[in-house]
Design a protein around this ligand. Structure first.
Ligand code: NAD
Ligand code: TDX
Length: 369
């Protein structure tokens, strides 16, 4: 990557990780430019990047990664020397109910983006410094038993339509590198948590339900294990891989913080109760309900991050308990954001500012038990 005057196309920059990453990049690489291409689905909220509108380094493009014409226009009008591809349908439960959106965005959209990036890279004389960073997930590897870890060479074995679509995308990224030489890199990361995560995912859903005295739906018996990574640590890994990662290489990125879902929910109950000064007889643990399991629910994810640690010097800096506490504070301190994503009120803002609504969308709302 060129050190100065880098122009990075970030896709999905209005989502959870995307918005954290855009802010992280602009703060840590002054002088770089970010073009954020986002379709603003239910998960993409421009308020996640409030305050950047007037930043001369930031350009927002409202559009779809499946729109080949728009991609050609973006690559033609900016000297893009890096792509960080985060746009995706990202929620496993939604993929179970409606897999085709996942095929469209995660597979077709990734291929359209690869094709546009390749064309631009070739037109500019195939600069060695160009990077296409595809942000993927540890879910492509399927489920671990009680022992062992995923590493970069673990065989793909996805369980859900979401993880199958991400696995397909990963294969296409590798194919574009091996067949056409595009300098592409893949990261496979574990579960993220932190500010701006849409409250359909476990941690924000449980924080908000606990705070509001609503039931806390734990799938199955709550013994499934996830390896939690604070979103800032992920952003730092992504920037490092973008700048120092080797084309054609994959990096597995994990938090080294394995927890059962039940442990996570209990911790959240404790943290929320402390913040709200609740008495023991008001403890929100009493709201936990064991509900029907997710079909194809992977038992355990855990990542061995040795490669990115030894080759690039990365390691997570945030420990789970304190970063979970910060996350609880953020959700309790930002009721307006919570209200706007739950009510879908920001959709009106999008309609007013961008003049069109996307077809076929569900109402955005936190799921109630
Ligand atoms: P998110 O659902 O919060 O955000 C996705 C963003 O992509 C939204 O802003 C949405 O509007 C945009 N988008 C969706 N379809 C689009 C399209 N067709 N064209 C343009 N934009 C579109 O997702 P997230 O949790 O921030 O995840 C970001 C990426 O990281 C995804 O690729 C996901 O697979 C990957 N990932 C996420 C996690 C996690 O724990 N959240 C872990 C590992 C990898
Ligand atoms: O209400 C719930 N109850 C529950 O028990 C929800 C929403 C989840 N769960 C369980 C299912 C999982 O075992 O909690 C765990 C975490 O669930 P999610 O937050 O939906 O995340 P997960 O399915 O693990 O996938 C996440 O991490 C990997 C992201 O959504 C993906 O985009 C990422 O690739």
């Amino acid at each position: 990557m060129e050190d100065e005057k880098s122009t990075i196309l970030v896709t999905g920059g209005c989502g959870f990780i995307g918005s954290n990453f855009v802010r992280y990049l602009l703060q840590n690489r002054p002088g770089w430019k970010v073009i954020n291409l986002d379709a603003l689905t239910y998960a993409g909220n421009p308020a996640n990047l409030a305050g950047l509108e007037d930043d001369p380094g930031y350009t927002f493009v409202h559009g779809d990664i499946c729109d080949a014409g728009l991609l050609a226009e973006i690559f033609a009008s900016h000297s893009i020397n890096g792509v960080v591809h985060l746009a995706a349908e990202s929620h496993v439960d939604r993929s179970i109910h409606g897999p085709m959106d996942f095929v469209r965005t995660n597979v077709e959209g990734t291929c359209r983006l690869l094709a546009a990036a390749l064309k631009s890279w070739r037109r500019r004389g195939e600069p060695e410094s160009f990077r296409f960073l595809h942000v993927s997930t540890d879910e492509v590897f399927g489920s671990l038993g009680p022992q062992g870890f995923f590493i970069e060479s673990t065989a793909y074995d996805p369980s859900s339509p979401y993880s199958a679509s991400k696995a397909a995308a990963d294969h296409f990224v590798r194919a574009w590198h091996r067949t056409y030489g595009l300098p592409a890199i893949i990261t496979n990361c574990s579960n993220n948590y932190g500010p701006y995560q849409f409250p359909e995912k476990l941690i924000p859903l449980m924080i908000l339900n606990a705070a509001e005295g609503k039931q806390l739906p734990v799938y199955g018996d709550g013994s499934n294990v996830r390896d939690w990574l604070y979103v800032d640590d992920h952003c730092r890994a992504l920037l490092l891989v973008l700048e120092k990662g080797r084309p054609g290489r994959t990096y597995a990125v994990g938090g080294g913080a394995e927890q059962t879902n039940l442990e996570v929910v209990r911790l959240i109950c404790r943290l929320v109760d402390e913040r709200l000064g609740r008495r023991p007889d008001q403890a929100s643990q009493g709201l936990i309900r064991f509900v029907e399991d997710r079909p194809g629910h992977d038992l355990r994810y855990a990542i061995d991050s040795s490669r990115i640690r030894s080759e690039l010097g990365w390691r997570p800096r945030h420990d789970f308990l304190s970063a979970l506490g910060k996350t609880v504070d953020w959700y309790l301190d930002n009721p307006d954001w919570v209200e706007s994503v739950r009510s879908g009120a920001y959709r009106n803002w999008i309609a007013a500012n961008y003049g069109r609504r996307l077809a076929g969308e569900e109402e955005a709302s936190g799921r109630e038990p």
